[in-house]
Every structure is written in C-alpha cells, then in structure tokens.
Design a protein around this ligand. Structure first.
Ligand code: PMP
Length: 460
C-alpha cells in the first residue's frame, strides 16, 4: 500500500526545523534532537505514512482518538460545510448556534438518561479544569464551600494543565510545578504489581477501600469528588478487578462524595460500550469527554453532568462564572455530529462489542498467554495491554521494565507498527473501524516486536 504525500521539504530539513523550534511532549528534547523526530505526513484508514513514504499501522489511533480512522470524507465535508456557513460563534452570554444544540441532542440520546447537561471545551485537560471548578461550585451552592478536595489516583492521567496535572497522579508531572492545595491521591488498582497474595477480587476491594480511608482522613465534609479513569489509560491501560468500581461507588454514595469518571479515552465505544463506565457497571455523577467525540479530527472536549447536579447549578446557581472562547466551536460541533452519527449508524460501536473486540482480545490471549516475556494480557473491546514479567508465576516485574518496553516500542516502529509503552506494558488502541485483517496485522507486528525484545533478553 502506498500513498501520495506532498512534503515540501526533505525529512532531514523537517527534523532540523523541528529541533530548532519545538519542544515535544513527554520526551527528552536533547536526546530526540540527536536522532530527529518521526515526521508523519499522511493518514488513511488505520495507515500512516512518514515523509520517507514508510507505512505504519497505527495501533494507537493517534493518541486514542481517531475512532473512525484517518481520511473520512464525511467528517471533512461536515467541517467544510460549517466553515462556509458559520466558521465561528460562541456560547457566551445569551447566544448559541444550531450545531452545538444539535450535538447536545445527539450526545444525550447516546448517554444514559440520568445525564442532562454538557459544558463544551477544546480538550480533555480543559474539561477536567472545568470539572474541578464546577464540582466546587456545586458544593458552594449547597452551602458546603469547604467541600472542595478532589481525590484522584496515583499514576492516573487527567491532562497537562495545572488543575488536571494536580488531579492526575503522575509524580514527575507534579514535580514540574504541578501540585496544588486541596488535591489528594489514592493508589491505583494495579493487581499485577500490587496484588500480593490476594485474589483479584480481594485486591479490588482493598484498593477501593483506600478511598474510604482517605475520605475519613480528610473529613468527608471536605471532600468534593473522587475522579478516576474507568480503566487507567496513559498509566498503562490498567483494568481494575471486577470488584473495584461497585465498592468505589458505594463509598462515594455513603460519604456524599461526587463520583467523576474521566471518559476521555474510554468514551465513545472503546470498550464496546458507548462509555467505559457502562462496561464496568457504575454510575458516575460527571463524565469528562474528548478524543473520540470528534475522532480527533478537530479539538473538542466536554464535561457531562447528571440531572441532579445540573438542576442545582441551573436552578439555584445564578451566574456560572466560566467561559472558553472556542468552547462548543461550530466546526468542532459539526465534526462531532458527523462522527457520532457514523459510530452509531454504521454499527461501529456494536461491532466492537460483538465482533472486533472479542476477536482482538482472543487473538492477543492466544498469541501471548504462553509467551516467555508476557505475564498478563488485559483489555476489552479495542483496547489492550501486554504486561512484561520476569516471572509470570510470582508476577515479578523486570527492574528495568520501562527500558525493555521502550525497546519493544522501537522494534514496533521498525516493523511498521505504532504501539506505545508505559512502564513495563505495551499498550494498544486501534481505530474502532479496524477490520479483522487489520487486527491480524496489529497482533502479528506486535508479536514480531515482542519476539525481538525477548531475543535480546535471551528468552527466545
Ligand atoms: N484524561 C485522560 C484520561 C486522558 O487520557 C487525556 C489525554 N491523553 C486527558 C484527560 C487530557 O486530554 P487532552 O490531551 O485532550 O487535554
């Protein structure tokens, strides 16, 4: 498969200019500059091409966002039409526009009935910023202004802005000027690493009960919300034990603490359900959404509120002191509508649930369950992780697991596969439109990368 690409400069020129002017996310820029960045120039379906014409299968949907794959004409047409009709208007004061209203109608037809309102943003980070202030506002209106502590989880990821960094649990991000008062964290439900001698179910309850301990330590009257990803994405695609979420929900209800699900990765079909909290069977009070909302074709995110919260904010709240110039942008809303209609009307989400999801999960387990480097395979729908282990029986991880997984990632790129590593885990999340043949290619190339890594370690 080849693609027409139209770079106007050589790869080396692009790399030199990039090194001269741009600081990359989550990478040592000095080390990168010695090698040069990978310049991606073209996308179609699940395929990407770099400026040298090399093809990659995108096993990560960009950054978990291109649900429909690249190059969709309907999304392109929706954006073009909207640019011509009304390129910009805003939702400040008393104005609005048709696309954002139509988007809300569609969005709430896909969501469970107990959600009623959304606040639109341009990203997941912003949506979590809005979450922090909205939750605090909610408790202020109810006469409990001291109820403002947000509890997140260590190794959770909620964005790179100040509030979302504090809410997240990435220590190295906190160190870069990212911690704030009134944020607290509990441990992650990472059974493979932390389960000890407990069964998965016992560990799930233990991990959830850390929340109760933390709430009691801080005083329930001071805790506004617990915020977490239904499955932990950037932290390594960590799926909690089945006992975890019901217990978390019980604790939140008991202490009158709001339960907020960050659905930025899990939302819009990733697990085979429309939203990941439905996969795990719990009912959050708020949802943070982004990524799959527009398939990443244009930035858009949002905060979804339960009827109960919205009623308080709308009926008793007075002026809502928040606004983003581009929140609910008409072009983004038009793309989101086209994207959500495609996910629904082409049966893509139900195919992930009933066909391609089970197909990928079985293929991964058949391929890797007995692999000498792999200790565990986790996932649901079209999201999965391979856990590397030095000793599978005792769940012993490699001391240098991050380096090993990074090597595997590099082999993946060499094999023409975009795959990601986090600590000792290889993580994948292909576009939701992936065919069986594309999933075969994904697993086949992953296997080659994992085998090469295992050979380096003398395991094969
Ligand atoms: N929440 C989660 C769970 C995420 O994975 C991300 C991004 N990877 C964000 C929030 C932040 O979204 P954005 O990068 O759009 O700001």
């Amino acid at each position: 498969m080849t693609a027409q690409i139209t770079p106007t400069r050589s790869t080396q020129d692009y790399q030199a200019l990039d090194a001269a002017h741009h600081i990359h996310a989550f990478l040592d820029q000095k080390a990168l500059n010695e090698k040069g960045a990978l310049v991606i120039a073209k996308g179609q379906g699940l395929n990407l091409w770099d400026t040298d014409g090399k093809r990659y299968l995108d096993g990560m949907s960009g950054l978990w966002c291109t649900a429909l794959g690249y190059g969709r004409e309907d999304l392109n047409a929706a954006a073009s039409r909207q640019l011509a009709e009304l390129a910009y208007y805003n939702l400040f004061f008393h104005t609005t526009h048709p696309r954002v209203i139509e988007l809300s109608e569609l969005l709430f037809s896909l969501l469970p009935a107990h959600y009623s309102h959304a606040i639109y943003t341009n990203s997941g980070s912003e949506a979590n910023e809005v979450l922090i202030r909205t939750v605090r506002r909610y408790w202020q209106i109810l006469g409990q202004p001291q109820k403002k502590i947000m509890i997140g989880r260590w190794n959770g990821y909620h964005g790179s802005t100040l509030g979302s960094t504090a809410l997240g649990g990435m220590g190295f991000m906190h160190e870069m000027g990212g911690m704030l008062p009134d944020f607290a964290h509990i441990g992650e439900p990472y059974y493979f690493a932390e389960g000890g001698d407990l069964s998965e179910e016992e560990f799930g309850l233990k991990a959830a009960r850390e929340l109760e301990t933390k709430i009691l330590e801080l005083g329930a009257e001071n805790v506004a919300a617990f915020v977490a990803e239904p499955f932990q994405g950037a932290g390594g695609m960590i799926f909690p034990p089945a006992s975890y979420w019901a217990e978390i929900q019980r604790i939140c209800r008991k202490y009158d603490v709001l339960l907020s699900a960050d659905e930025v990765i899990g939302g819009f079909g990733r697990t085979g359900e429309w939203f990941a909290h439905q996969h795990f069977g719990f009912e959050p009070d708020t949802l943070t959404i982004a990524k799959g909302l527009t398939s990443g074709y244009i930035p858009m995110g949002g905060l979804v509120l339960s009827k109960r919260m919205a009623e308080v904010l709308v009926q008793q709240g007075g002026v809502f002191a928040h606004g983003l110039t581009y929140g609910g942008h008409p072009v983004a809303a038009a793309v989101a509508i086209a994207n959500l209609k495609a996910l629904r009307d082409e049966g893509i989400v139900s195919r992930v649930k009933n066909d391609t999801g089970p197909y990928l999960q079985k293929l991964l387990r058949d391929t890797f369950s007995d692999h000498p480097l792999v200790g565990d395979v986790q996932g649901a729908g079209l999201v999965a992780a391979l856990q590397f282990a030095e000793d599978k029986a005792t769940r012993k991880r490699f001391a240098n697991e991050g380096d090993i997984a990074w090597t595997c990632r590099t082999y993946g790129f060499d094999e023409g596969l975009i795959i990601r590593s986090t600590q000792g885990r290889m993580i994948m999340a292909p576009a939701l439109v992936a065919s069986h043949a594309e999933l075969d290619e994904l697993v086949d190339k992953t296997k080659r990368a994992v085998d090469r890594t295992a050979r380096d370690l003398g395991l094969l």
